[in-house]
Design a protein around this ligand. Sequence first.
Ligand code: PLP
Length: 442
Amino acid sequence: MFTDDFERAELQELDKKHFLHPTSSIEQLQEQGPTFIFAEGQGIYLKDMDGRTVIDGLSSLWNVNMGHGRQELGVAAMEQMSSLGFSSCFANFSHEPVIRLAAKIAQLTPGDLNTTFFTSGGSESNDTAFKIVRHYWILKGQPEKKKIISRKKSYHGVAMGATSATGLKPFRDFTNSLAPDFYYVDSFLPESLRDMIEKEDPDTIAAYIAEPVQGTGGVLPAPKEYFKEVQKICDEYNILFIADEVITGFGRTGKYFGIEHYGVTPDLMSIAKGITSGYIPLGGVVLSERIHQELIELSSGMFLHGYTYSGHPVACAVALKNLELIERERAVENARTMGTHMLKGFERLQQKHEMVGEVRGLGLMGAIELVKDKTTNERFAQPAAPMVVSEAMKRGLICRGVLYEGADTLVFAPPLIITEQQIEEMIDILHDSLTAVGKEIG
Ligand code: PLP
């Protein structure tokens, strides 16, 4: 819409002067300006204002699950805005889209996860989850149970509680004062959780939070038996289990929710992103029937937690339509089969390229480790991932490099509607990009 009015250069200058980008390099933006100024999207592709088309290999921020340009989502938003653009859900007010969406989520989530509190995104969901578990223990007469245990390579968002729970240290170091009562354990060793609980005293611990597959940390699926053991430990010490399904929810891993791969049901589940395919902000915390019943029985005063936009009718209407699309197009099944193709493609790259080490994935979340030496897993002195990302971008594929804690990893999460041919397109671009970088540093 603005491209008729402004030249690209003008927009770049305005961007540099007036727009502080989220999670960005301020220095790089000031030097180079935005790499792409996107104008439209269709399916797995994004097009910028100059007409350059790229594959959105990370579904933007792991969220555009049903792909770009879905008219039906726009129509759902427009219809809802035209009939009831906003009304509050505080106190005793409600509306049909929020009621229908809460019931739909209860139907889709595993076990007895049946009741949803709505937010506008993942960070708010996790902060809400922390407040709800602490409130729960106050109601249960154990107000000293307030510590939250998370895992070392985790990412839970950037609100104060979410930042404090995030195990990836650079996100915590961004600020110099964190919320108290957060502790971090090894990502994949249940015994590390037990040791922390014993050390800190179980009577002071409210909850444990984990992503079924760590996303920002580098696409790290938990080992098969990990969550069963973790659940046993949580039960043994009377600690609530929060699954952070902000990325893994709504089909991303080839099941509706990532935790379903592990045969356990959490007490609370944080959701966001894929619930609307990112078309409009929406998140939530889903509570188990047990927790909800206890809240009902024990509550006497007000439940003093609510965002203005908790249960926004337009966001709920878009989510309902998006969930309908997921079902109608069998997107969860597609994520499973296409995930297998993607991983096979990565394995072919592993055979062809000296610098491709471990490859892994679950559904349409995938990762490629870059190594100097496959046999020893030695890393390059200078990480190679940013070079591959840049070569891939030139050739029409957006993916992300993960460098935290010594990693040199490429991560992928294309839209769930991707086809086998489009997976091949991604793999071909990666092959050419790895060849180019191999020549330069190999
Ligand atoms: N939790 C996880 C696992 C995430 O990956 C993210 C974002 O990437 C968040 C929480 C935070 O969500 P938001 O950025 O919507 O606040």
